[in-house]
Structure formats: structure tokens, C-alpha cells
Design a protein around this ligand. Sequence first.
Ligand SMILES: [Zn+2]
Ligand SMILES: [Zn+2]
Length: 126
Amino acid sequence: MTGLTFSYYCYVCSHNNRISAEIPKAPEMKEIEVTCEKCSDQTHILVTSCPSCESGIKYFLSDLNFPEEIRRLAEAYVSVIQGIKDSLADYIEEFNVALPKRWTVKLKCTCGDGYTAEIPLPYELR
Ligand SMILES: [Zn+2]
Ligand SMILES: [Zn+2]
């Protein structure tokens, strides 16, 4: 992990905030809290950096739809598995399916390198 500075454009007022934080290299991701210096909007973002050039930083707003979508997908997946498990309960005693712990996203850096980052799923689903 290295201390890096990057631009975060507020999704409420579009203000360019300069954020300094310890940013892990992909596939690691870290959640940080940011506060817009202009409109004081507070949000959480998931950040990662390009493993090749160490300066291509990507972030995802973790308070917006994107992770919510993942959360819903993960929940749907878990309940499908649970359904299969229930329907097989009379036939087999043990039914284990490895649930994904992380969601992988493909990213492209300005240095030209492609890499993947892993978004951790909510704790209760692991
Ligand atoms: Zn703002
Ligand atoms: Zn790069």
C-alpha cells in the first residue's frame, strides 16, 4: 500500500476533490470515506490502483447503485443455492457449494494495462 493522491469528482456537485489516502494495488480494494469540500456530501468509495504503474487509481462509489446491484445479485445467488439445498434435503445429507467471497471487475488503466480488482461481498453473505 502506498499513499497516493487522486481526484474524486463529487457526484452531487461535481466538485474536484483532492483525496490523499493509502491505496492498495489491484486486486485489493479498500473502502474509504470522503467528504466533498464544497457541498459536504459524505460518501464511501472503493479504491484500487493499477498494479503496473501504481498511479492509475480507480474508484467506485460504494453508496450508490453499483455495489447495491452486486449485493442484490449476491443475495439472489445465495437464495437460489439455498433453494436447491432445501429441495435436496430429503435426498442428501450434506450439500455444500462454495459461495463467491468476492466479485471481480475488469479495469483498464491509462497506462494501457488491463487488470482485475476484487470487490469484497458484504460480510453476512460470506
Ligand atoms: Zn460536492
Ligand atoms: Zn497503469
